[in-house]
Design a protein around this ligand. Structure first.
Ligand code: NAD
Length: 293
């Protein structure tokens, strides 16, 4: 049987692959998305899933090889859409501007901006031990990168044709990846990361209000702990993994595809009356006092 969290990127051996991946429902048909951090994890799964739903995708990452891999998967599976891989370091404003310009030049519009790239630095620690350079690097990527992504996406979305035939869609959808730690404190400190993600939530809410009348929606995605390189590289011993596992109501880490499905909802008109939310997909973690067992 197909578990709900089956990744789109991993090639599936069972027959449901054909059904799931060939017969798309077209929830993003003819839309254009730019995704940062598209070379791995949530960004990679979202790129493939969005393409499956009929979306043209610009996959951007500082790791161009990862982004190219995603674009190749899309080209092979979904020849009806176009995927472009570009190098983009979100800590550099010019890179983000160039990435948005590429999307508009190539496809004539930008409908979805998924500001997803982020880091959790191994030297990120508590207030006493975190070095300023780690703090600054984390903020530069996790917070400033999201700000710039919003800035250039809003500028581009304002230029989108107004007489389009894409249904309810008017302005655009911007999704900013925060984290469950933006809602809760972590007792195993990662101060710069937590602070950067809290700021993403606050910034997204304000931008959502400022741009609501333009039809541009902004929502944050708050993933729980996932089985992606970002966290698994950080939890590099079984002891560290178990230290977290006891707090997970479902008894497992999340999968990137489970976040991609939430991002698809926020990107599509299915969420047309949602803006400014902290959209939490954390397996119940932020509702737990103690876990069931
Ligand atoms: P991941 O490590 O699998 O992917 C992150 C991608 O971002 C990588 O491809 C990496 O090359 C890219 N990246 C890193 N720095 C970059 C930069 N400066 N410019 C452009 N790209 C850059 O991680 P993931 O789990 O898919 O993380 C995606 C987002 O989800 C991040 O913002 C992360 O903070 C957030 N998040 C992850 C978890 C988790 O447990 N993995 C939990 C909550 C939130």
């Amino acid at each position: 049987p197909k578990p709900e969290y089956l990744p789109a990127v991993t090639y599936l051996s069972h027959s449901s692959f054909i059904f799931t991946h060939i017969f798309m429902s077209g929830r993003l048909r003819n839309r254009v998305a730019l995704i940062t951090g598209a070379g791995s994890g949530i960004g990679l799964e979202s790129s493939v899933l969005f393409a499956q739903e009929g979306c043209h995708v610009v996959l951007s990452d500082v790791n161009i090889d990862g982004a190219k891999k995603g674009a190749e998967i899309i080209a092979t599976r979904y020849p009806n859409v176009k995927a472009i891989a570009i190098k983009c370091d979100v800590s550099r404003e010019q890179d983000i501007k160039d990435a948005v310009d590429t999307a508009v030049k190539e496809f004539g519009r930008l409908d979805i901006m998924f500001n997803n790239a982020g880091i959790m630095h191994p030297e990120d620690d508590n207030a006493l031990n975190t070095e300023e350079r780690i703090w600054d690097l984390t903020m530069q990527i996790n917070l400033k990168g999201v700000w710039w992504g919003c800035k250039y996406a809003i500028l581009a979305m304002r230029q989108n044709p107004t007489d389009d035939s894409l249904g309810l869609h008017t302005g655009g959808s911007i999704i900013n990846t925060a984290s469950f730690v933006a809602l809760m404190g972590a007792a195993t400190p990662q101060l710069a990361y937590t602070a950067s993600k809290g700021a993403v939530l606050a910034m997204t809410r304000e931008l959502a209000m400022v741009h609501a009348r333009e039809g541009i929606r902004l929502n944050s995605l708050c993933p729980g702990p996932l089985k992606t390189p970002l966290l698994m590289d950080f939890l590099n011993t079984e002891e560290k993994k178990q230290r977290r596992m006891v707090h997970l109501p479902m008894g497992r880490f999340g999968e990137a595809i489970e976040q991609a499905k939430a991002a698809l909802f926020l990107a599509s008109d299915d969420s047309s009356y949602m803006t400014g939310t902290d959209f939490t997909v954390d397996g119940g973690l932020s509702s737990a006092y103690v876990t069931a067992i």
